[in-house]
Design a protein. Sequence first.
Length: 80
Amino acid sequence: MRYSVLMQPVNEPDFEGYFYAHVPSLDLTTQGVGIEGALKAAQELVEAWLAEKRAHGETVPTETNPVIAQIEVADALLRS
């Protein structure tokens, strides 16, 4: 099974070099040092999460054609 992972740097001073790893299809997020560390953490989290779902007889979601898009928000709206 394959799941898309959205990587995003953690923007906090104490976590320099860390990345968030979001798995949108499963609504899961973790973090790790560097992209490789975050990907490894995501894989471990997804494997554990899927095992838990299967252990309880629950269905395992599959990913369907992910789309990543961006929107732009006017800076003036963010300041109010």
